[in-house]
Design a protein around this ligand. Structure first.
Ligand SMILES: [Zn+2]
Length: 120
């Protein structure tokens, strides 16, 4: 078995989501502390359901969408739909290899963790 341990999956998810926050200038102390809250919840969650650990990166991205909605607004902005601004969605919602996807056009903007590549 070379599946990642729960802690490896949680740390990987943390790093990916932090990179995406940084890509949009949202890696300040407030956002990072919200991310840490989400990380500790998902660490518990994956401890209860170790086979779900691979889903943690995508779930953390969605946790931060929810957290930022209260303080910052919809995140992350879709790079394709300037005429009708909307946030990207995480797909799959519960799966491995999550991507940021435009729900209007179906275009995949970037893997979670590589949002910076959609911002150039
Ligand atoms: Zn779009």
């Amino acid at each position: 078995m070379d599946e990642p341990t729960t802690e490896e999956a949680v740390q990987r998810g943390r790093a990916l989501v932090l990179a995406d926050l940084a890509a949009d200038g949202l890696a300040g102390p407030d956002e990072v502390s919200r991310l840490e809250e989400a990380v500790s919840h998902r660490r518990w969650w994956a401890g209860e359901w170790p086979r779900g650990a691979v889903f943690v990166p995508g779930l953390l991205a969605q946790d931060m969408q929810d957290a930022l909605l209260e303080t910052h607004g919809p995140w992350p902005r879709c790079p394709y739909c300037a005429d009708e601004p909307h946030p990207l969605d995480v797909e799959p919602e519960l799966g491995e290899d999550p991507h940021w996807v435009c729900g209007r056009t179906g275009r995949a903007a970037a893997p979670v963790g590589s949002l910076a590549s959609a911002r150039r």
